[in-house]
Design a protein around this ligand. Structure first.
Ligand code: NAD
Length: 479
């Protein structure tokens, strides 16, 4: 069986232990991934530390050129990487552009797009104060070695969101991909590392213990974490002990509110993809849909038609729009939440029963006649199930949206933009979209509020967050 290696200081590492990565659509074993040891993690951090001063000493435009080369290799290896993402993560290959299913090819396109955009952002010296007596400048400096810990849902794109700004700013990186999607991630990181100086990007692989060794390492100067709240809390505790800054991109439970003046047909496609993109395994996906009672049945009907028209299967097959759930624990969690909703008397409009077979296939499921407080509404399902809640009063819908202790994204749908804006402005989330959901952009800061985390990624704000400010304060000679 093929083995996939980590890259440390530009070279593949050999490990004593390996684990299997499997295809969630078929159960087929795809290859062997290294189980990094504590010592191997320490060596990866050491390599990143040794490479960092020379990388930081390059000019900003030199680093920008390297990053452009990384964007080029995404373009050149798009088909190869997309195939690995589909085989290991499960999302369909899909395509890029209007009418295409946003699957693995879209993920690689996003990697390239974010990388190019980041290559073009600069953080010039900012003169924050100047008068006859003094001049004060803020310079943005890299932290040093950044630890990146990534999840399995968008394994390549989220890794890119972490590591490209980090190296753009002059940091070096050690990254640990999710144990569920290591092959696709390691293949991408190998290809990227090839066009960068040795040691700028280094990788380790394995489960939570390997991630813990990485973030605990005393040479880590900044932690970028994307994943669950439970793991985020553990990492935040380590960071507090070591006094290391963190960016925490954690879970959400995005509410979408369909206002009484919305056109059910016009909003249905956006709501469908907002909820079911990547089988609902997206941090900023619609996880609770609040629909005004006047439109409730019409919206549910439109969604049901779209759900029934979405072909589910192995993402390598043409025409497939929905793949499997990525892993068994996630599949079991979804199943338990739907079973609990059913037991509470909710209506399962479509789906609701797992599909037998070797893969982790769970049908797209719409659930109605369910209330706030039910676990399917209050917990992050992170899967292909959407609870639809009926409301009478917009004030009550806003209250429902805000009653949960996480706040990553949210959306408001309606025809009167001024009214939608007014509602959006009262929702407690890092991003509130109007008549769209999950529409992230490389120049627009993205991050959560409340227990969805802290810090932002993307654009100038995101790049700043991976640097530290240093002030040079010049006293002017008195005239
Ligand atoms: P997870 O927390 O289980 O795992 C994430 C990563 O952390 C994995 O690489 C894992 O091996 C590692 N890890 C586990 N224990 C660790 C420890 N003690 N120390 C260091 N690393 C450790 O999350 P997941 O299941 O992979 O991802 C799904 C979750 O991520 C969902 O809650 C989703 O909403 C969230 N998410 C958030 C964003 C965002 O931008 N806010 C984006 C994607 C996913």
């Amino acid at each position: 069986m093929e083995r996939f290696y980590n890259i440390v200081n530009g070279r593949p590492v050999d490990s004593a232990e390996y684990f299997h990565s499997a295809n969630p659509a078929t159960g087929e074993k795809l290859g062997l991934v290294q189980q990094s040891t504590e010592e191997e993690v320490a060596l990866a951090v050491e390599a990143a530390k040794a490479a960092q001063p020379a990388w930081a000493a390059r000019t900003d435009s030199e680093r920008g050129e390297f990053i452009q080369r990384v964007a080029d290799v995404f373009q050149q290896n798009s088909a190869y990487l997309a195939e690995w993402v589909t085989r290991e993560q499960g999302k369909p290959l899909g395509g890029v552009g209007p009418g295409q299913v946003p699957g693995s090819l879209f993920e690689i396109w996003a990697c390239e797009t974010w990388t190019r955009a980041t290559a073009e952002i600069a953080l010039p010296v900012d003169v924050v104060f100047e008068d006859a007596n003094r001049r004060d400048e803020v310079h943005r400096k890299p932290y040093g070695v950044v630890a990146a810990v990534a999840p399995w849902n968008w394994p390549l794109m989220i890794a890119v969101w972490q590591i490209i700004p980090a190296i753009r700013a002059g940091n070096t990186v050690v990254i640990k991909p999710s144990e569920y999607t290591s092959i696709a991630s390691l293949e991408m990181l190998r290809i990227i590392a090839d066009v960068l100086p040795p040691g700028v990007i280094n990788t380790v692989s394995g489960g939570g213990a390997v991630g813990a060794w990485l973030v605990e390492n005393r040479d880590i100067a900044k932690i970028m974490f994307t994943g669950s709240n439970a793991t985020g809390s553990r990492i935040a505790a380590v960071a507090a002990r070591n006094i290391v800054p963190t960016t925490m991109e954690l879970g959400g439970n995005d509410a979408a509110i369909v206002l009484p003046d919305a056109d059910p047909r016009a909003v249905a496609t956006g709501v469908f993809w907002g909820a079911f993109l990547n089988m609902g395994q997206t941090c900023a996906a619609i996880k609770r849909l609040y629909v005004h009672e006047a439109l409730h049945d019409a919206v549910v009907d439109e969604l049901k038609t779209l759900v029934e028209g979405a072909l589910m299967g192995n993402g390598m097959a043409p025409g497939v729009m929905m793949g499997p759930v990525q892993n068994r624990p996630q599949y079991e969690k979804i199943k338990a939440l739907v079973d609990d909703a059913r037991a509470r008397g909710a209506t399962i409009v479509c789906g609701g029963n797992p599909i037998e077979g070797p893969g982790n296939f769970y049908p797209l499921t719409l659930v109605t006649d369910i209330e706030d407080g039910a676990p399917l509404v209050d917990e992050e399902q992170f899967g292909p199930v959407l609870p639809v809640l009926r409301y009478r009063d917009v004030e009550a819908a806003i209250e429902s949206a805000n009653r949960i202790d996480v706040g990553l994204g949210a959306s408001v749908w309606g025809s009167d933009l001024a009214r939608a804006y007014e509602v959006a402005n009262r929702i407690e989330a890092g991003t509130v979209w109007i008549n769209q959901h999950g529409a992230v952009h490389p120049m627009v800061p993205f991050g959560g509020v409340k227990r969805s985390g802290w810090g932002v990624e993307f654009g100038v704000e995101g790049l700043k967050s991976i640097t530290q400010s240093r002030v040079i304060s010049i006293g002017k000679p008195s005239a």
